[in-house]
Design a protein around this ligand. Structure first.
Ligand SMILES: O=C[C@H](O)[C@H](O)COP(=O)(O)O
Ligand SMILES: C=C(OP(=O)(O)O)C(=O)O
Length: 381
């Protein structure tokens, strides 16, 4: 399956005849061949399907729990990811009446400028770009987490990689840096799971709303098929895309007035009034201590009955904060090499607070007898 490395045809026969950049190519196994090596069994496929239905029911309001997408900013170490998954599974079971917990298993990282692109592309964290190994390792980690019974989430960054993981993912995100990209919206329109569209890094929610509308429609576009060849992809449209409020340069947008503003913009666009709120990124200023406070502020809104908030996103790992992967010293086990994360103890506190808030919301909706009246079945009302 591996072909020899060579120069890209883009530059003709001689690498000397270019005046700009140059490309060298190294082939990697196709998605089909990796899926054969690291196969999803029938029962596991059913676990993923069941989890996708469960997330959809929460997003549409048929289930009054809160979706909690929780986990490391990025996965860089299989052992740490699995140690974290084991703990998170315990919490997911304990809080299952109130929270639907999905673990972040992010193996591709978008960057603001330069930086490590994630485990799938550079599993050695050292610029050796062993993509074939990275794809296999990423898929293996995803299989192991799913086997534990924990549904998982990722960001869909490079459309060419989607086929390598799509059968294992329960919730996906289109990130703040790519939400305006046509090809990412088209990709989301054919993905077999609910997809969160993040507001842009500037904090603009309009493009995320456009992304929800575009992804709800069917498309035809050029992409790579499972065997890696260029293919016409025809998509059906994905009715379960939704906006994720992640704050931005303009400031946080997890606050009640900003959530209300986003819900009213969704209403004006004829879309379901529902959001997932990210406690990290622009809402916390990438400060994990601040993230804990933001999670508490989101919980306060939920406890006060905020029915439009259908989910929350937390960046969390075993150890708080972050570390730099390129300092040459051994890495601290279970600590993020990208954004700073909540540590485990703080994560537990935040999840308990969100679960209690969901219980309070359930009670207040029952008391006011208005709960579930705005149940919607798709992206558009
Ligand atoms: O969630 C992760 C990061 O915010 C994202 O990958 C960008 O990271 P950077 O700003 O460190 O490049
Ligand atoms: C990169 C991420 O988020 P955003 O696109 O909001 O920056 C992320 O969640 O890892």
């Amino acid at each position: 399956m591996f072909r020899e490395a060579g120069n890209s045809f883009l530059h003709g026969k001689s690498p000397n005849n270019c005046t700009g950049g140059r490309v060298t190519v190294s082939a990697v196994p196709s998605a089909t061949s990796l899926a054969d090596q690291l196969a999803v069994s029938g029962p596991l496929a059913r676990t993923v399907l069941h989890a996708r239905h469960a997330v959809t029911r929460v997003l549409t309001g048929l289930d009054d729990r809160l979706l909690a997408v929780v986990g490391p900013c990025s996965i860089h170490d299989a052992d740490a990811a699995l140690a974290y998954a084991l703990r998170l599974r315990g919490m997911a079971e304990e809080l299952a009446d109130d929270l639907l917990v999905v673990m972040r298993a992010y193996v591709e990282k978008p960057r603001s400028a330069l930086g490590w692109p994630g485990l799938a592309t550079d599993p050695g964290l050292d610029g050796t770009f062993r993509l074939g190994d990275g794809l296999a390792l990423a898929r293996k980690i995803m299989l192991d987490i799913t086997t534990l019974g924990l549904p998982l989430a990722c960001e869909w960054l490079n459309p060419a990689l989607a086929e390598y993981f799509a059968d294992l993912v329960t919730w996906g995100a289109i990130g703040a840096r790519t939400v305006e990209s046509q090809v990412h919206r088209q990709l989301a329109s054919g993905l077999p799971m609910p997809v969160g569209m993040k507001n842009t890094t500037t904090g603009s929610v309009g493009p995320a709303i456009d992304a929800v509308r575009v992804a709800a429609a069917g498309h035809g576009y050029a992409g790579t098929g499972r065997d890696g060849t260029l293919t016409l992809l025809r998509t059906s449209g994905n009715p379960h895309c939704h906006v994720v409020l992640r704050g931005g340069i303009a400031g946080p947008n997890h606050t009640a007035p900003k959530v209300a503003e986003a819900l009213s913009a969704l209403r004006a666009a004829g879309l379901a009034e529902r959001v997932v709120v990210d406690a990290s990124h622009g809402n916390s200023g990438k400060d994990h201590e601040r993230q804990r406070l933001v999670a508490g502020e989101i919980a306060d809104q939920v406890a006060a009955g905020a029915w439009g908030i259908r989910g929350v996103l937390l960046e969390s790992f075993l150890r708080p904060g972050r570390q730099d992967p390129d300092l040459g010293s051994p890495l601290v086990f279970g600590q993020s090499v990208t954004d700073p994360c909540l540590g485990w103890e703080t994560t537990v506190e935040a999840l308990w607070q969100l679960a209690e808030a969901t219980r309070a919301r359930r009670e207040s909706l029952a008391a006011n007898a208005t709960g579930h009246l705005d149940v919607v079945g798709s992206a558009s009302t």
